[in-house]
Design a protein around this ligand. Structure first.
Ligand code: AMP
Length: 286
C-alpha cells in the first residue's frame, strides 16, 4: 500500500499506473475508519483494477466548529485497516493541498430542491462543502468509479446530481449500509455515544424497519408521526427529522404507491451526538 500526502506525488504515481483499459475506484472518507468504510474499499477492489482511498476531515462541510473539533481522528489505525483489506493507495493530504491559496475552486453547483430538505435544512452549507471537497478530490484523483455509502443517502443523491451537472463519466456506486450486530449503523461518531445512549441507539434502525413493515398499511404521514413519537420517548434522544422521500428527488411522498423509489431517512440527537440512518422502502438507485 502506498501513502501520498501531496497532490503532485499522487498524480505522478496514478498517471504511471493507469492506462485507458483499466478502471480504478476512489473511496473518499474522513477517517476514523470502521467496517462501513472498509466495505466500500472491498467493493471497489472487487470491481476495479486498483483503489485509492482518501482520508481528509473536510473543514468546509462542518457547520458547527465543535463537531469539527470533536471529529475522531485515528490515522495510525486507519492505515493498518486499509493495508489489511489491500487498499492500493491512500491519500492523506493536509488542508493546504486540498485548498491551496493560489487555486480558485469553482463551486457554483445549484442542487435546487435536493439540498433543501433533511440534512440541508438542519446543516446549512453542509452540501456546498461536501460538493466542494468531492469535486476537488475527483479532479485530483480522476477515478473511473466513485464508491459512496447509502448511509449518507442525501449526500449520494447530491453528488450524483453534481456528476450529472458536470457531464462526468465517473460512475457513482452506492454501497449498502454496514451495521453493528444490534442494528446500529456504523459511524465514526458512535464512539462518542454514552453507554446508555449506545444501548438505546439500535432503536433508530428498529423504527426504520417498523416504517417499512407498515408501508402498505399506513400513509407516509402516519408512519412519520409514529416514528417521531417513538424516537422522542427514548431518554436523552431528540429527533430532528423522519422523512419518507423519493429516492432521487428527495421530495416528500404522500402516497407510496405513486412512486417507484422511496426511502425513509432519519436524523436524531443521541445526547450530543448526531446520528443519521435510512432504509430503502422500495426501488433502487439504478
Ligand atoms: P465519512 O468518513 O463519514 O465521510 O464516510 C465516508 C464514506 O463511507 C461515505 O460514502 C459514507 O456514506 C460511507 N459510510 C459511512 N458509514 C457507513 C456505513 N455504516 N456503511 C456503509 N458506508 C458507510
Amino acid at each position: 500500500m502506498l501513502l501520498f500526502k501531496k497532490v503532485n506525488d499522487l498524480q505522478n504515481h496514478i498517471s504511471k499506473s493507469t492506462n485507458t483499459s483499466n478502471s480504478f475506484g476512489f473511496v473518499p472518507t474522513m477517517g476514523a475508519l470502521h467496517e462501513g468504510h472498509l466495505s466500500l474499499v472491498k467493493q471497489s477492489k472487487e470491481e476495479t483494477t486498483f483503489t485509492v482511498c482518501s482520508i481528509f476531515v473536510n473543514p468546509t462541510q462542518f457547520n458547527e466548529s465543535t463537531d469539527l473539533e470533536k471529529y475522531p481522528r485515528t490515522p495510525g489505525k486507519d492505515l493498518a485497516l486499509l493495508s489489511e483489506v489491500g487498499c492500493d493507495i491512500v491519500f492523506i493530504p493536509p488542508v493546504e493541498e486540498v485548498y491551496p491559496p493560489n487555486v480558485e475552486l469553482k463551486n457554483d453547483f445549484d442542487f435546487g430542491e435536493l439540498e433543501k430538505p433533511m440534512e440541508g435544512m438542519f446543516r446549512p452549507g453542509h452540501f456546498t462543502g461536501v460538493a466542494q471537497v468531492v469535486k476537488r478530490l475527483l479532479d485530483i484523483v480522476q477515478p473511473t468509479k466513485l464508491y459512496m455509502g447509502q448511509k449518507d443517502f442525501q449526500q449520494f443523491a447530491v453528488i450524483q446530481n453534481m456528476l450529472e451537472q458536470m457531464n462526468s463519466s465517473i460512475e457513482n456506486v452506492m454501497c449498502p449500509i454496514i451495521r453493528e450486530a444490534d442494528g446500529l449503523a456504523m459511524s465514526s461518531r458512535n464512539v462518542r455515544l454514552t453507554k446508555e445512549n449506545r444501548q438505546d441507539a439500535p432503536q433508530i434502525f428498529q423504527t426504520l424497519k417498523e416504517a417499512k413493515k407498515n408501508m402498505h398499511a399506513l400513509f407516509p404521514q402516519e408512519i412519520k408521526k409514529i416514528a417521531l413519537e417513538k424516537l422522542n420517548t427514548i431518554p436523552g434522544f431528540k429527533s430532528e427529522y423522519f422523512e419518507i422521500v423519493h429516492g432521487k428527488t428527495l421530495q416528500p411522498i404522500e402516497v407510496l404507491e405513486d412512486v417507484k423509489y422511496a426511502v425513509a431517512c432519519v436524523a436524531v440527537w443521541a445526547g450530543n451526538v448526531r446520528l443519521i440512518d435510512n432504509i430503502i422502502l422500495k426501488g433502487s438507485a439504478k
